[in-house]
Ligand binder design. Sequence first.
Ligand SMILES: [Zn+2]
Ligand SMILES: [Zn+2]
Length: 377
Amino acid sequence: MTGKGFVVRAVVTRKTGQSFEVSEVRIAEPIGQEVLVEVRASGLCHSDISVARTGMGGDWPMVLGHEIAGVVVAVGPSASRIKVGDHVVAAALRPCGQCSACLKGAVWSCSQPNALDRDSEDAPRLEDKHGPVGQMQGLGGFAEKALVHENQLVSIDPAMPFAQASIIGCAVATGGGVVLNVAKVQPGESVAVFGCGGVGLNAIQVAAMAGATRIIGVDIQPDKLELAKKFGATDVIDSTTGDTAEVIHQLTGSQGVQHAFVMVGVPQVTQTALQSLGQSGTVYLVGGMSPGSEVALRPSPGDSLLLPFQQGIRGTWLGSSNFYHDIPMYVDLYLQGRLNLDDLVSRTISIDDIDEAYEELERGSIARSVITFPAKS
Ligand SMILES: [Zn+2]
Ligand SMILES: [Zn+2]
């Protein structure tokens, strides 16, 4: 590791199945539209575990972590939106800003996210003693600093605490976005949320904000069901105790729900969500499923109500969030006391405790841990 740049502590994952360990990487100085962020908080999301455990979406070695909040300490010569000193939140999307999807604001559907990468003749953004190191989603948040293209960042009100801010870019944008932008939940509608972790709890509180009258939280952990109530669930179901779809139909006066959000990537849960739908209801797939997963569909009237009741099932990606608009909105709602992020940050940890915290998250016992870093300057 020679040359210009900054040596920082970071969690470098070298191979599939490896535990999370802290080492050192050298981060290059920003060029072009790059921005160097002093990371002050970095959320632990399930997606990092699935990449670490399965290798899917990963190109080793890589620094995982994609829920970043921090302070800008340097910018490249072409950066224009983001300035030194800005407090920023990163989004787990890489919008090029040029393609037709980006130009119409559908940044979650960008057709050329790799346009934000460095050119091949440039030095790598990150390297360690073994060679170049990649960044998950162009971010690499499990590090003291992150070098990020400015298209992935949004400046926020400095009154916003970093730990709460960090989870907006993924957990909040996904859970809130799928309710507001994808399902467009209307006042008086009924929803069911399968999986009451970080993303699910946000879907619940935003559905409450949108005026849904019946909000049913489903999980297998009693602690999470208690949290679901706190976030606005009108009813909760422990899915280990009986026929969840039947209970949902009972709770909704045999109507079923209009919207069923599946936050956990388990085919059986998706089946239950389909069985919970009412007339014209839709299942939204939010949580990542493991490769090769299949969900059986029996659309004929004798087997299910899918066809005559005009029900649907659709995939979603980061809640169809135009984060340039949505992140400041969630910050405002938090600062006004209308969005609960404090109870989502179960605890803050040091980067050295990341492996243990991920084991805890995998056991499903907590909503969210966030790594925090003390201010350097
Ligand atoms: Zn995430
Ligand atoms: Zn684009």
